[in-house]
Each structure stands twice: as structure tokens, then as C-alpha cells.
Design a protein. Structure first.
Length: 146
């Protein structure tokens, strides 16, 4: 009887763990994180793509606001334990995009066009890095950052 109780309790633990799903499974924490992140990235990319190209302050502010909004939304998502370091590297790269765009806005405000251009080159690198890390983590939409 005691052995049966131990066996049943062990079986209950196995069943409950199986029902939760692992982090890396499609329905697990990592899969949910990727799904939510891809929606956020899709909205951010669409917003930036809708902005007419330019290096004037108003245009740069729109780009900054789009990347900042994307960062703010990604930052509140809980990072799953499965691939945590890579997820945090992605979030860091998106944060760098937001901060770099802010630097371009500030350079534009003071009329330093050379600094605007240099900062936009740094932004291009940060954006590519974010896309590369997103791809390595398993994002589909976020990996389109470039």
C-alpha cells in the first residue's frame, strides 16, 4: 500500500510537469515570449517603415519614439529562463537602438549634422545586432531588424 502511494504521487508529479510544457516548447515560456516579442517588433518595424526618410529633428524624433515604444513594451515582458542570456542580449540591443536614436535627435537639435550621420551609422549597427541576436534566439519578426 505504501509503495502504491509513493508510485501514484511520483506519477502525479510527472503528469503535472508534462502538462506545464518546457520553456523551449511552442506553448512554453520561451515560445510565448517569442510570440509576444514578435508582435511588438512587428508594430515597431511597421511604425518606423511608415516614417519618411530624413535626418531632420522631427523625423528623428518619430523614429526615436517608435524604438522607445518598442523597447518599453519589450522591457516589461518577463524573460524566460530558457535562453535567458540571449533574450537579455536582444533586449539590450533594442535599448541601444532607442538610446542611439535619442543621441541622433540631440545632435540634430544642436545642428551637428556630422554627429547625426555618425550616430545613424551606430544605429544601423545596433539594429543589425538586435536582428542577429533575435534570429539566434528564435524570433521571426524581430530578426528582421536591420
Amino acid at each position: 500500500m505504501k509503495r502504491l502511494a509513493v508510485t501514484l504521487s511520483g506519477l502525479a508529479v510527472v503528469v503535472s510537469l508534462a502538462a506545464c510544457g518546457g520553456d523551449s516548447e511552442a506553448g512554453g515560456a520561451k515560445g510565448q515570449y517569442i510570440s509576444q516579442g514578435d508582435v511588438i517588433c512587428g508594430e515597431g518595424i511597421e511604425q518606423v517603415d511608415s516614417i519618411n526618410p530624413g535626418t531632420d529633428t522631427a523625423t528623428l524624433e518619430k523614429v526615436r519614439d517608435a524604438w522607445r515604444q518598442m523597447w518599453d513594451q519589450l522591457n516589461v515582458l518577463p524573460v524566460p529562463h530558457d535562453g535567458e542570456a540571449k533574450a537579455l542580449a536582444f533586449k539590450s540591443a533594442v535599448h541601444n537602438m532607442s538610446l542611439t536614436t535619442e543621441a541622433a535627435v540631440q545632435a540634430s537639435i544642436i545642428g551637428d549634422q556630422q554627429k547625426v550621420e555618425r550616430t545613424l551609422q551606430v544605429l544601423a549597427g545596433s539594429t543589425k545586432q538586435a536582428g542577429d541576436v533575435a534570429d539566434e534566439y528564435g524570433f521571426k519578426v524581430c530578426s528582421q531588424l536591420e
